[in-house]
Design a protein around this ligand. Sequence first.
Ligand SMILES: Nc1ncnc2c1ncn2[C@@H]1O[C@H](COP(=O)(O)OP(=O)(O)OP(=O)(O)O)[C@@H](O)[C@H]1O
Ligand SMILES: [Mg+2]
Length: 401
Amino acid sequence: MTENGKIKVVIIDDCIDTIRHIKALLEFSEKTIQVVGAAYGGKEGVKLCQKLKPDIVLMDVNMPDMDGLTATNLITSSLPDVGVIIMSVQSEKEYLKKAMLAGAREYLIKPFSSDELVSSITNAFEVQNRRKHSLKSADQVIQTKVITVFSTKGGVGKTTIATNLAVALARNTRKKVCLLDLDLQFGDVAVMMNLIVKNTIYDLVRDINNIDSDLANDYLTMHFSGVSVLPAPLKPEYAEYIDNRHVERILALLNGNFHYVIVDVPAAFQDIVLTALDSSEKILVVSTLDLPAIKNIKVGLNIMENLRYKDKISLILNKANEQYGVNYSEFEETVGYPIWESIPEDSSTVITSANKGIPFVMSRVDTRVARAVMRMADRLHSGSESPAVEKKAAVWKVFHF
Ligand SMILES: Nc1ncnc2c1ncn2[C@@H]1O[C@H](COP(=O)(O)OP(=O)(O)OP(=O)(O)O)[C@@H](O)[C@H]1O
Ligand SMILES: [Mg+2]
C-alpha cells in the first residue's frame, strides 16, 4: 500500500491508449487506488514491479517482447504478495485456467467498465491480503515428509500399517496427514477406512493439467480421524491410465500442504512405486517371519541398496510371533538389517478393525498392536532412529538363501 493507505497499482500493456483508458477509469477511485507506474511490455513490466512492489498488477496478455502469462509467472514467483489481474479479450475457459495457474488472482474481459475494474482490484487485493495473513499465521511453510510403506511380498500388512500409521500420526501429533493409495489395481485403503469415496486418484489424474495444489485438496476424502485420503481407482482397469509422471505431479501438489504423506504401494518394483520410493524420506520395508517373505525381503533389500535407498530404509517386522520357529536375531542376521519396529500378531484386533472400517489405533488403543503402531508414529515424528525391539534369547536356527 502507499504511505497514505491506497492500493498500489501497476499497469502492463503494450498499447498506450489502453493505459490511458485504464487510468481514466480509475480516476474516480483515486482516494483508494493509485496507479504508481505503467510499462509497455512484459519484460519492462517485470522490472518495474520488482522496483515498485505494487499490490496489484493489471496485465495485458499479448505483448510483443514477453507475453502476459510468462510475465505473470515471473512476478508471482518472485513477488508472492503481488496480485495479478489478467486483462484479456479471449474469454476461453482453457486460457483463463492457464492464467490462474500462472498465478493470476482475477481476470477481466476487455472491454470492462470502471465498476468492474475497481471491484476486481479491490477483490484481488483482499484475497492477497487474506493469503498473506494466513501464511503469516501459519508461521512457516509446511515441510512435507513422504513415507512409503513397502514390501516385496504381498499380504504382509502394508495397508494395515499405512492406514493405522496415518491415523496415529494425525491424532497424536496433530499434524496434517495425507494417505495416498498407490496400489492402483487392488488398493483397499478406502475399504479399510470405511470411506464414502467421491473422487479417486483416477479423477485427479484426469484433471491433472488444470489443477493447482489448492484445487487438489478437493479430490481428497477426509476420514473422521482427520487424515485426508486419495483412494485408488474404483476399477482395476483404470490403473493403466496412471503413470509415474502423474505420481510425481501428485506428490508435488501435495507437497507443502501436508506434514506427512503416507504412501501405500503394491508389492512390486513398478515405475510408480519407484517414483514413490524416490520421493520418500523414509521407506518402511515390511516383512513377516515366514520363510517365503524373508527370502523375498532379502532379495528386495538388495535391489533397494543398488537403487541407493539404503539410508532411508527402516525394517518393520509385522505379525511378530517367535513361536513360528524363526527368532528375531536370525531374521535380522539373514536380511542384514536391524528390526526398527516390531508389530505383534493380533488377528482378532486387526481383522475386526478392518471389517468394521475403524483403524485399531482409534478403536483398540489398549492393544499391543495399536501401541506398536502409535510408538512407530511417535518415533517417526520425533526422528528417533534406533531400533526399538528388545531382542529375546531364543533357539538359534541357521538358514541360508
Ligand atoms: N499385526 C497383524 N496381526 C494379525 N494379522 C495381521 C496383522 N497385520 C496384518 N494382518 C492381516 O494380514 C492380512 C494382509 O494385510 P494387509 O492387507 O494390510 O497386507 P498388504 O501387505 O497390504 O497386502 P497386499 O499385498 O494384498 O496389498 C490381512 O488379513 C490383515 O488383517
Ligand atoms: Mg495392501
